[in-house]
Structure formats: C-alpha cells, structure tokens
Design a protein around this ligand. Structure first.
Ligand SMILES: [Cu+2]
Length: 594
C-alpha cells in the first residue's frame, strides 16, 4: 500500500519554519495574554483555518523569563464560539483498506453536537512549572468568554522548556486541538555559563502536533480543523504533523550548531524522531543536553532507534551542521506507530508510511544548509551541577504509593473505553485483595504484595496527601496494552526504574470499582519493547512513559507550595475520560491536624 491512495496530499517542506513571537522578561512584571478566535494558515496550499489561540498566534507567544523573576499573567478570555474544531466519531475503522484516521474529512461520522456547542470556557495550566496551587490551572476553575484571571508564576526553578496550555475538565483534547498552547522558557545562570544558544537564530523551538482537516463538497481539504476518532481507536491520531503551527516546514540552517527545544504537543501521538541524510539515519550529529526538567548531568546521544517523545515530553538537543556543504538536506521523520506501546521500529525505514500504524505521512521537518558562519563549538562534558541520581539508600524509607493504569471497555455498544488511574492501597492479609504484585528479587526470591482499589475516577475521594519536602515513590503499573505518558503537576521527579512485567487480567477483572490482576514484576515478556531507561530519561522529568507490560517507579518530592494539584495521563483523550486524579501537598506542621 502506498500513500498515493490517500487523497489530500500536500507538498512537504514548502513553508519556512515559523518562530512564535517572543516575550523576553528580565524584571518582575505583569503581562496580559488574550485568548482569541483568529485565523491561521497551516500550509501554503490550505485555506485559512479558524482557531483559538493565545495572543492571536498559534502556537502562542514564547514567554522567556530568567529564573526567579516573578511574572503575573492576566489571562483574558475573548474566545468566541463555536469550538473551531469539527468533532466526529466514525462508525468504522477502515475505508478501502485505509484506516479512516489517516484520511482527511469526516469519513461519514456525525458531527458531535455537544462539542460544537462549546463556547470557549478556558483555564490555563503552565506545564512543568512549580506554581502555587491557586495559579496552577485547576481543571474546574474556569473562566468564561468575557472573564479574566490573574495568575502568579514564581519561575524559581531550574532552567527548562515549559509550556502553557488549556486544561478544561472533560474537553482539554478539543481546546488544545483548537490551538490553545504556547511555550515558556525559564533560563538560568548555569546554561549561560555553558554558553548555550539563547533565542533565534541558533536556538529554535519545535512544537510538534498532529492535525487533520475536514473536506469541502468537491473533496478538497478545507482549513476546518477536524478531531476524528473511530470504533477501534478512541484517541485522535491525525495524519498531518505540524511544527510550530505549520505542516512539514523547512528550516534553513547555517553550518554551525543549533539548539532545538522540542516539545510533543500532540493530543495522543507519540513521535520517534529519526534524522536522515541521503536516506540513512544520521544521529551522530545530535546530542541531547536536557529533558522536561532542564539540563542533564552530561550530554547523551539520542537512542539509536530515534528520539521518543510522547505527548508533553520535551527534549533540549544540539545538532551540529558544521561539516555539511551548502545545499545539504537532512530530514526529520517520525517512525512511531499509533497507538504506541513502546515497541521498536527500524530507523532505516523511517521515511516509509505505515498505514496500520496510523502513520500515512512520516515527514516532520527538513533542514537545508545555507551559507553562514562555519563554527562547531565543542559541547561541554558537564552540564547540570545541581542534580544527582537518588541512591538506593535514599529510597529505603520512602512511602510507596501504587497506581494502576486501567482500560475499561464500555458496556454500551459503540461507546469508547474509559481509561482510569486507579489508586491502590496495600491490603492487610485478612482483606480481600485484587492486584497481586510479585517481585522477583536478585536471588529469585519472590516477594508478594496485595493491593485493592480505593479510587477509580477523578471525583472519588482524595487519597494522596504527600507531606511537603518528604520523598515518596509512586509506582505506576500498566495493565493496558499501550504507552501512557503520566504527568505530575508541581515538582519534577526522577524516574527510578522501568521494569518489565507479566500482566494477567482475568475476564471481568475490571469493573467500575474493582481491579483484579496478577502482575509479575521483573518477568520478561516477549513483546519487542526495551523495558529499560534511556540515558535521556535519567534527568528530571515531569512526564514519564509507562509502556505496555511495564511497571515504572518515580521518586517525587513536593516542595515550596502546598495545596491541591493533579496528576494525569497526557494523552488528552485519556485525561478527559478519566485518567486524572488529585493530590494534596501538606506542610508537615499541619499533618497532626488532618
Ligand atoms: Cu493514557
């Protein structure tokens, strides 16, 4: 099957990569950012699209602020309805052998009238920020069109690429898809000591996001944004990859080193980015220096298979073009199938469409070398100096909280599954247990613990009251067949371990309130997934991929701000129903009164 079967092909690499406008903040101040309905062109050959955007730009302006500079933002909601996205769910998965999610147009799906009636309620969350609870964008604290809110951002954290986006309860997937996302960069002294490029032309943000469009009566693509799902796949995986709001752009680079701040801002699609020259992977020229929470301890190569970024993950990478002749072209491709489960793919075929993997167009971005300064600064061997990996001693006395990632099929025909994060509590021997965890120790000794479900839905009672300043281990147990990028608000965390697990869920084991499973941690499953941590996952993270057949332990420690926050899956279709839960950080002195 070739991509020629798919109507609506656009020419790749014709538009230049746009750079969102910058707001560079050097002193404490108050900014006003409007949420507006505007038009935007996603590709030279597409009509204008109606979108919702911050300050009229898609993505919104990049806010760049020095560490410790407090910024107030007055978010003014001037959105006008209806939602600038047609939302549809088709009744079939494939059409003439092509999955309908690979095609533009509604594919016979009815328009979701509830989504069409959305008028523009909004709430802004700054992802990756240590923000006081009242400004963290609690999912239910909405502002209507015509209203505004004033939020305070301390920016007192490591230099890092953050991003701000909408977080409205139940419809985050539509509001981000409509365009409500922008970048936020905290800069600190350490990265200046390292003389890393700061700002264009040598530092460029790359916000990736997949989009689809409706078709006009003549079958041509209209600019109308389209969020389409089908009975087999509840997540929206759209065929066209945008970078900074433009489909498959081209960037002209001088023969020197560039710094790219990469974010996967897609609803659901995972990217595994492969850079090729003359059709062959060319990864030696890339080093990764940072991840979600800022600089790594040392530069690392990207994984040989490609740089994997699930929704909301970020990478700070340097690409050295200094050895390349004028006119040389390099291409960035995506070779991650959707839905993604962590399985390998061959990087040498990254330029090939994979319809079964809902990847009709693997193109992402083209680099073209032009004249300019020819310099190759040597990357420094030591990057972060304020961070060390937790040693096993530090973990010994930590409280362990366990969370199961669970898919529950709907009992109503045609309705998509529910995904939930089920908080577990260890059962006493006398109680009925549901999840049995078997850990295989070094001496093949089996350690068995039993757990039962205490919360399944967002509205269920709050169970997590972490004490401020005290480290905890959160154990994420994946009972589903897909990768879930789990995001924790407030402080960044360390990933302690990613372990294979053999998971058995008996028929009928998942109900509204119970979760029955046998999970053997450490037992390899022949699933083609490398269940180990990549070198680029050893820094500070705020979003962690939990692949199929996997248990991931993260070390969290909340500091500075008390209050009510959230953690959730960052596949927006999962977050919206209902993979999200609250937690409350309490200062230790209040614990006796709780
Ligand atoms: Cu998920």
């Amino acid at each position: 099957m070739t991509v020629d079967l798919i109507p609506g092909r656009l020419n790749p690499f014709v538009d230049l990569l746009p750079v969102p406008p910058r707001r560079v903040i050097k002193a404490p101040t108050r900014l006003t950012v409007r949420l507006d309905t505007v038009t935007h062109r996603f590709h030279r050959d597409l009509p204008l699209s109606r979108v919702w955007a911050y300050d009229g730009h898609l993505p919104g302006p990049t806010i760049e602020v020095d560490r410790g500079i407090q910024l107030e933002v007055q978010w003014e909601n001037h959105l006008t309805g209806p939602l600038p996205v047609v939302v549809t769910r088709t009744s079939f998965h494939a059409k003439e052998g092509v999955p309908v999610q690979c095609l533009p147009g509604r594919s016979g799906g009815a328009v979701d009238a509830d989504a069409a009636a959305l008028s523009g309620y909004a709430v802004v969350h700054l992802h990756g920020a240590m923000t006081q609870a009242t400004s963290d964008g609690w999912t239910e604290n909405l502002i209507a069109p015509g209203q505004w809110t004033l939020d305070t951002y301390q920016n007192d954290q490591r230099g890092a690429l953050l991003w701000y986006h909408d977080h409205v309860m139940g419809v985050t997937r539509f509001d981000l898809y409509a365009g409500l996302a922008g970048l936020w960069i905290v800069r600190d002294a350490r990265e200046r000591e390292l003389q890393l490029p700061e700002g264009p032309p040598y530092e460029l943000p790359l916000m990736l996001a997949d989009r689809n469009f409706d078709t006009a009566a003549d079958g041509s693509m209209s600019g109308q944004l389209l969020h389409k799902t089908d009975p087999d796949v509840m997540e929206c995986f759209s065929p066209f990859t945008t970078v900074n709001g433009v489909i498959w752009p081209r960037v002209e680079v001088e023969p020197t080193t560039y710094r790219f701040r990469v974010l996967n801002g897609s609803n659901a699609r995972t990217y595994r980015l492969v850079l090729t020259r003359d059709g062959q992977p060319d990864h030696e020229r890339i080093v990764q220096i940072g991840s979600d929470g800022g600089l790594l301890v040392a530069p690392v190569p990207i994984p040989a298979q490609g740089l994997v970024l699930a929704s909301a993950e970020r990478a700070d990478i340097l690409i050295d073009f200094s050895d390349l002749a004028f006119g040389t072209e390099l291409t960035l491709w995506n070779n991650a199938p959707s839905p993604f489960n962590g399985a390998f793919a061959d990087p040498s075929t990254a330029d090939t469409a994979d319809l079964a993997g809902l990847l009709p167009y693997p193109e992402v971005l083209r680099f073209r070398v032009i004249d300019g300064r020819r310099v190759a600064p040597t990357p420094r061997a030591v990057l972060a100096t304020d961070f060390h990996r937790a040693d096993p001693k530090e973990l010994e006395d930590c409280l362990v909280r366990a969370i199961a990632l669970v898919e529950q099929e709907s009992n109503r025909v045609g309705e998509s599954s529910m995904l939930t994060m089920r908080e577990l509590t260890e059962s006493a021997a006398t109680e009925e247990s549901e999840i049995t965890l078997v850990e295989v120790g070094p001496g093949q000794n089996e350690q068995i613990s039993r757990w039962r479900t205490v919360a399944t839905r967002f509205e269920d009672r709050t169970n997590f009251f972490p004490v401020m300043g005290r480290a905890e281990i959160w154990r994420l147990i994946n009972l589903t067949g897909d990768t879930h990028p789990i995001h924790v608000h407030l402080n960044a965390f360390q990933i302690i371990s990613r372990q294979p697990a053999a998971v058995e869920v008996p028929d009928g084991g998942i109900t509204d309130t119970t979760t029955v499973a046998m999970v053997r941690i450490g037992q390899e499953v022949d699933d083609g997934i490398n269940h180990s941590l990549d070198a680029n996952e050893l820094g500070l993270k705020d979003t962690v991929r939990v692949n199929a057949n996997e248990v991931v332990d993260i070390l969290v420690r909340f500091e500075t701000f008390a209050g009510r926050f959230m953690y959730h899956c960052h596949i927006l279709e999962h977050e919206d129903r209902d993979m999200m839960r609250p937690f409350v950080v309490m200062p230790p002195e209040l614990m006796p009164f709780m």
